[in-house]
Ligand binder design. Structure first.
Ligand code: HXC
Length: 258
């Protein structure tokens, strides 16, 4: 499938999606988010793909929603089209893991897009921010909710109210990203992590993703119950027998997603 705003490559069970609007620092317009939703849906049902990496360029993961596209829109336009809601929902429906690999700017909708992925790794040049306040609006695809859960209320309020940027060291310190690597190593490192995940049982990987994401949606007690039921259910799989059997036989497991 050819896209105009994305470059998609598949190798060794891992899909790499590059956001590709270099002239606008990968600003997210309807075309890009539409293509991204379509690409993710296709990759989710592609048997050759077990893990997905989403990245931008060295200069920008994405500098936000496209201000040129939004500037003249009315309330009726935004509310009537439920601007970017269907695309956001499509990203959240993907069952395979998505790793965001961020270099440079991840601002506004760009930061929100990274936070919709399953985890974020970044390069030393990364700059995260929710600067919508400078445009007379607020975050619109989850930023006030997700950033608060990642970094806590105080830092989230600070970011949203001042519009300041957070560098890679602060992002790692505050739990927004899981790892920081040199810029040249960002994509290779993300692909290596994805390949490691691709070696696991796809069933177990999906169970982890569902269980961790559940912690966003429910109480601790319900979340722990959900986790326990999934844990129990995995004993119905061949991959549990293979994983535990391989450990006891001191060999590498051969998972078959069954
Ligand atoms: C449209 C953008 C853009 C954006 C950059 N560009 N960000 N176009 N929407 N969000 C374009 C610029 O207009 C310019 O195009 C080109 O990209 C290069 O940008 P420069 O500003 O010249 O680069 P630089 O001086 O290096 O500054 C980089 C920057 C700055 C700090 C990232 O571009 C910036 O502040 N961008 C806006 C960031 C922002 O406010 N994001 C939040 C958007 S609102 P030309 O044609 O002039 O060369 C949002 C809401 C989400 O995200 C909710 C959605 C539902």
């Amino acid at each position: 499938m050819a896209y105009q705003t994305l470059i998609v490559e598949i190798e060794d069970s891992v899909a790499l999606i590059r956001l590709n609007r270099p002239d606008a620092l990968n600003a997210l317009n309807s075309q890009l988010l539409g293509e991204l939703a379509e690409a993710l849906k296709a990759l989710d049902s592609n048997d050759k793909v077990r893990c997905i990496v989403l990245t931008g360029s060295d200069k920008a993961f994405a500098a936000g929603a496209d201000i040129k596209e939004m500037a003249d829109k009315s309330f009726v336009d935004m509310f009537g089209s439920d601007y970017f809601a269907p695309e956001g929902e499509a990203i959240l429906r993907v069952r395979k893991p998505i790793i965001a690999a961020v270099s440079g700017y991840a601002l506004g909708g760009g930061c929100e897009l990274a936070m919709m992925c399953d985890f974020i790794i970044c390069s030393e040049t990364a700059k995260f921010g929710q600067p919508e306040i400078n445009l007379g609006v607020i975050a619109g695809i989850g930023g006030t909710q997700r950033l608060t859960r990642f970094v806590g209320k105080s830092k989230s309020m600070d970011m949203h109210l001042t519009g300041r940027f957070m560098d890679a060291a602060e992002a790692e310190r505050s739990g927004l990203v899981s790892r920081v690597v040199p810029p040249a190593k960002l994509v290779p490192e993300a692909l290596a992590i994805a390949k490691k995940i691709a070696e696991k049982s796809a069933l177990t990987v999906m169970a982890v993703k569902e269980a961790v994401n559940r912690s966003y949606e429910t109480t601790l007690r319900e979340g722990v119950l959900f986790e326990r039921r999934l844990f129990h259910a995995l004993f119905a799989t061949e991959d549990q027998k293979e994983g535990m059997g391989a450990f006891l036989e001191k060999r590498q497991p051969q998972f078959r997603d069954r």
